[in-house]
Design a protein around this ligand. Structure first.
Ligand SMILES: CC(C)(COP(=O)(O)OP(=O)(O)OC[C@H]1O[C@@H](n2cnc3c(N)ncnc32)[C@H](O)[C@@H]1OP(=O)(O)O)[C@@H](O)C(=O)NCCC(=O)NCCS
Length: 178
């Protein structure tokens, strides 16, 4: 298994991976939604606001993850982890955690100070995320599940509270993703 930065030549294969993985886990409607979301993340986000990585096996993409910029008024260098998927037949083997840690280390080396995500606290706590409230940092849109709002500081033990609203990239600026 290899972990790499994604290339623009991978876009169709990555869209297909997300569509298939989320169709398998949550049905075709969700699969199509997340496949299209990932496509618009890759094609509609400025390069300085995006990091993407893949896990490969025999040159096939078996996992992928994206981080997009979350902008706060104080200018802190912060990103949102979403989405991430591991091919259904490769799940539960530790690849997801390796891919997430690989991505986070890359962001840390590039000066990113905070990473947020929105998901299952039981899983994301394995890779350094803690539950946070919107008193610490506001989510960009209204959260339907505030108990899934998670964050980690890459520079200290905890996130210092950040004043003001946050703003996500265009691909995530839709209520159905929150
Ligand atoms: C969630 C996901 C990225 C985790 O990657 P993975 O390689 O399967 O996970 P790892 O093997 O590194 O980690 C194992 C842990 O993840 C959790 N986990 C494993 N498979 C899971 C699944 N299908 N769904 C949710 N959590 C899962 C378990 O808590 C497990 O912990 P344990 O080994 O102590 O029981 C992957 O299972 C996946 O793509 N799932 C479907 C899509 C999804 O839910 N993506 C995340 C939301 S954007």
């Amino acid at each position: 298994m290899e972990l790499l930065t994604y290339k623009s030549s991978n876009i169709e294969e990555i869209k297909q991976l997300f569509t298939t993985v989320f169709s398998d886990s949550e049905g075709h409607t969700e699969g199509a939604l997340i496949g299209n979301l990932t496509y618009s993340v890759m094609t509609g986000t400025d390069a300085q606001d995006l990091y993407g990585f893949v896990a490969t096996e025999n040159e096939q993409i078996i996992g992928s993850i994206f981080f997009t910029r979350l902008t706060f008024q104080n200018g802190v260098n912060a990103f949102l982890l979403s989405p991430v998927a591991i091919h259904t037949s490769y799940q539960g083997k530790g690849i997801g955690q390796k891919l997430i840690n690989f991505g986070i280390n890359h962001l840390k080396k590039n000066g990113v100070r905070i990473v947020f995500t929105y998901g299952d606290p039981d899983f994301y706590s394995k890779v350094g995320f803690n539950l946070i409230t919107e008193k610490i940092a506001k989510a960009p849109l209204k959260l339907t599940q505030p108990e899934g709002w998670l964050g980690q500081s890459l520079i200290s033990d905890e996130i210092e509270p950040i004043a003001g609203n946050s703003c996500c990239v265009e691909a995530f600026n839709k209520p159905e993703y929150w």
